[in-house]
Design a binder for this molecule. Sequence first.
Ligand code: CUA
Length: 177
Amino acid sequence: MALTPPSERIWWNEPIAKIELTWIAIAFVWGLIMFFMMIYWHGAGEQNLSSEAYRIKPAVFAERAQDMIDAYTVRQEEGFPVVHPPPGTDIYLIARLWQWWPILELEKDQSYRLHLSSTDWMHGFSLQPVNINIQVHPGYDMVITVKPDRAGEYGVVCNEYCGLGHHQMVGKLYVVE
Ligand code: CUA
């Protein structure tokens, strides 16, 4: 309670100035437009992912990733296996404290089913510089169908705070011709 209460305590019964009403109406209509744009952009936008999610035990996910790594590793880079899986296959990227494992090497204009999961805490997959973002949870297999259309080296950064090494959780992804 204020020391000196305002004289008009029931402020919501006070008349509203016309200009304020106008701004409320504009904001409301804009909110409605943006709400329906979300649905429109899902179909017409280029960065709205239609992803699937399945429950999976972290150990099972790690095993599937390891099978892919064992089969298709083409070289090592600073202790990381660089994996070049055949186009059209299921590929795996593990998020864990504090790295993206392994480095994937994909072929341009080929499609893959990218599986993302964490084996410990929640992380955020953020592909740079194209800015594709998806949350990565332990216990869930997030599946995105990807078809890279530009060759090059991409960065994978973690965009969910995941502890002391969060800022070092930087990975790589290659797209080759
Ligand atoms: Cu992983 Cu932040």
